[in-house]
Write a protein that binds this ligand. Structure first.
Ligand SMILES: C[C@@H](C(=O)O)C(=O)SCCNC(=O)CCNC(=O)[C@H](O)C(C)(C)COP(=O)(O)OP(=O)(O)OC[C@H]1O[C@@H](n2cnc3c(N)ncnc32)[C@H](O)[C@@H]1OP(=O)(O)O
Ligand SMILES: [Co+2]
Length: 134
């Protein structure tokens, strides 16, 4: 059911410094910061030949990554995003298998303008999983 790895997200305490490090030190193709108010984050996408890295920084007062950064003040890998062809079919299959879909259970539009859902990290080996319909 899951397809390609769309991105690996890293929560960072300083978005400009992290973007500069990927651009200047690692020599990567780094995009501009994008505010995602529906998700409570500002993101910077880094395009690699085979996938993307998503740098995450909290936006607003109820950001879902505030607690994560408090626990990991130097930053850390926050989630992995897999592509699916049909996000509703994927959600229904996962819920039938007992996995917890986060939020309302209805997909939101993600940073690429496509529907996304998140799965509880405790149900997936401690790794928060995002699904993106492509
Ligand atoms: C723009 C979009 C896109 O790409 O298109 C995005 O990615 S938006 C990316 C940002 N959006 C999201 O993350 C949305 C989905 N996330 C959420 O709903 C939340 O962040 C949760 C994953 C439910 C965590 O919520 P909260 O921070 O309140 O958790 P909590 O402190 O109660 O944590 C419950 C347990 O989960 C663990 N936990 C929390 N966040 C985790 C993470 N990212 N990876 C692995 N484990 C994690 C905690 O350590 C704790 O374990 P212990 O109990 O063992 O200590
Ligand atoms: Co993401």
């Amino acid at each position: 059911m899951i397809g390609r790895l769309n991105h690996v997200a890293i929560a960072v305490p300083d978005l400009d410094a992290a973007a500069a490090q990927y651009r200047d030190t690692l020599g990567a193709d780094v995009g501009a910061p994008q505010d995602e108010p529906d998700h409570g984050v500002t993101v910077v996408f880094i395009t690699l030949p085979n996938t993307k890295i998503e740098l995450l920084y909290p936006l607003g007062e109820n950001s879902p990554i505030t607690g994560f950064l408090e626990k990991n003040p130097s930053g850390g890998i926050h989630h992995i995003c897999y592509e699916v062809e049909d996000i509703i079919a994927a959600r229904d299959r996962l819920q039938a298998a007992g996995a917890r879909v986060l939020g309302t259970g209805e997909p939101k539009i993600g940073a690429h303008g496509k529907p996304v859902l998140f799965l509880h990290p405790k149900d997936f080996n401690g790794a928060l999983v995002e699904l993106e319909q492509v």
